[in-house]
Design a protein around this ligand. Structure first.
Ligand code: GRF
Length: 224
């Protein structure tokens, strides 16, 4: 295999998506490796996943900077010091300006717990339930300056079931997030997808990746 893409992961909280990426990167054939975890919060639980897996971690506290741009420049400096190729936002709770977004254009991924472009922003599951939506899911996309926007790389859909609560829906979607984020990173890091005209273009042959079993209550797009 050609050399693995070097990935920096940005977090703000518990880091369960970070952990799913760490586990995926342990597979010898996975085309990416995580070389840095950065949190903007010193109390982010997810930092322990980096430490336990011998991945360098850094805290860059946004409150220490006068402007968003100065904070972002510090992030970029940390990422570039580790020669990062791709940035994965995993529960990173800071809005990013074009200063950062353009620097990492088509090299920065984000995961969001809804079927974008529906339900951007916070409290997605409560809004899905309030609307009586029958299908929801999660999306991985390239980052643009508009929040939770950008070319979609992969989505997973699940049905909302009778008796669903915000907690049950969050848990079911999160379990699928942990499959779809490594899947999307695999697609990008392997070069199976590229961005053209601000849309993701899929190569002729997608990597042979694990898919939900037939009869599962969820599915991923694209399918290998
Ligand atoms: C996930 O639901 C993710 O989709 C959203 O923030 C949450 C982060 O959870 N962007 P975790 O920190 O990865 O556990």
């Amino acid at each position: 295999m050609t050399s693995k893409k070097r990935v920096g992961v940005l977090i703000s909280g518990r880091g369960s998506n970070l952990l799913s990426l760490i586990e995926a990167c342990k597979q010898p054939e996975f085309p990416a490796e995580i070389v840095l975890v950065v949190s903007n919060r010193a109390d982010a639980g997810g930092l322990q996943h980096g430490t336990r897996n011998n991945i360098p971690t850094q805290v860059i506290d946004h409150k220490q900077f006068a402007t968003r741009e100065e904070f972002e420049d510090e992030l970029t400096a940390a990422l570039e010091a580790e020669h990062v190729d791709l940035v994965c936002n995993a529960g990173f709770m800071r809005l990013l300006t074009e200063n950062f977004v353009d620097h990492w254009l088509n090299r920065q991924l984000n995961i969001h717990p809804s079927l974008l472009p529906s339900y951007k922003g916070l409290n997605t599951h409560a809004r899905v339930l309030a609307d009586g939506s029958l299908i929801t899911g999660c999306s991985v996309h390239f980052v643009r300056t508009e929040m939770d926007s950008g070319p979609l790389i992969a989505q997973a859909a699940i049905g909302v079931v009778p008796g669903e609560t915000e907690e049950s829906l969050a848990a079911r979607v999160l379990a699928v997030e942990h499959v779809i984020y490594p899947y999307a990173l695999h697609l990008v890091a392997s070069g199976a997808v590229v961005v053209e005209n601000d849309r993701v273009k899929y190569g002729d042959k997608l990597p042979d990746l694990e898919q939900p079993e037939n009869g599962s209550d969820w599915f991923i797009v694209p399918r290998a």
